[in-house]
Design a protein around this ligand. Structure first.
Ligand SMILES: N[C@@H](CCC(=O)N[C@@H](CS)C(=O)NCC(=O)O)C(=O)O
Length: 226
């Protein structure tokens, strides 16, 4: 059985990493059984076998793969049924989609979730999370976190996503696949931390709810910040 190492909060069932959600969706998409290994930010010893310090990581027999896009490509190579990316150029194309959805979504969402991640994290992670992120931003978490500014930044993202979703139900066409999960992971970052800043945008909200329903029908209700 595939082992999935994924980020968790103080509650091991509270999963909020966008990249880990991509992989969880990919495994459900392929109908592969997997065992979750909830991993706190500072549980580095749990993933030391992968030779790096970030999740998601999967272990499939003797094979270890980390990075959500690399895991998509691996799953397609080993389990070609229900492709995530599809043809030979698709890994390169997925990088472009990843970069585009990151550029329209990450900055705004970050300003909305940063303090929520801190609050949801295990207390043993607090000092680590604060010091690594404050070093990255060269600013305090409290100064970077700004939900109103985040919401304003995201207003530019919804029409871009809606333009596609007005003409087709999923980014990958009639059925969801890899491109949908790349974007959905970012949405789950917000949703699992208790916010849904796209709710006023019908095509985007409908797309999100369709995917969430597919997931929850198979795996049960997602744990969220109250
Ligand atoms: N490019 C990687 C990014 C993975 C990543 O940044 N994971 C975060 C969780 S969202 C992490 O493990 N952070 C550990 C840390 O900050 O120490 C992917 O797509 O999987």
């Amino acid at each position: 059985m595939i082992e999935l190492y994924e980020l968790c909060g103080a509650n091991p069932a509270h999963l909020f990493s966008p990249f880990c959600w991509r992989v969880r969706m990919a495994l459900v998409h392929k109908g592969l059984s997997f065992r979750s290994n909830p991993t706190c930010f500072t549980d580095k010893e749990l993933i030391a076998f992968s030779g790096q310090g970030k999740v998601p990581v999967i272990r499939d027999g003797d094979t270890v793969v980390y990075d959500s896009l690399a895991i998509f490509a691996y799953l397609d190579s080993q389990y070609p049924e229900q492709p995530l990316l599809g043809d030979a150029v698709a890994s390169a194309r997925a990088k472009a989609i990843d970069a585009l959805c990151t550029s329209v979504l990450r900055g705004g969402l970050l300003k909305m979730v940063l303090l929520r991640v801190l609050q949801a994290s295990d207390p043993k992670d607090h000092a680590y999370f604060r010091s690594t992120r404050e070093a990255f931003f060269s600013d305090t978490l409290e100064n970077v976190d700004n939900p109103e500014q985040g919401q304003a930044l995201l207003e530019a993202a919804w029409p871009v996503l809606a333009a596609v979703l007005k003409t087709q139900p999923y980014f990958d066409g009639d059925e969801p696949a890899g491109a949908d999960y790349l974007v959905f992971g970012y949405f789950m970052w917000a949703y699992t931390l208790g916010i849904a800043p796209w709710q006023d945008n019908a095509p985007v909200n409908d797309w999100f709810n369709r995917l969430l329903n597919i997931y929850e029908a198979q795996r049960g209700t997602v744990v969220r910040t109250a």
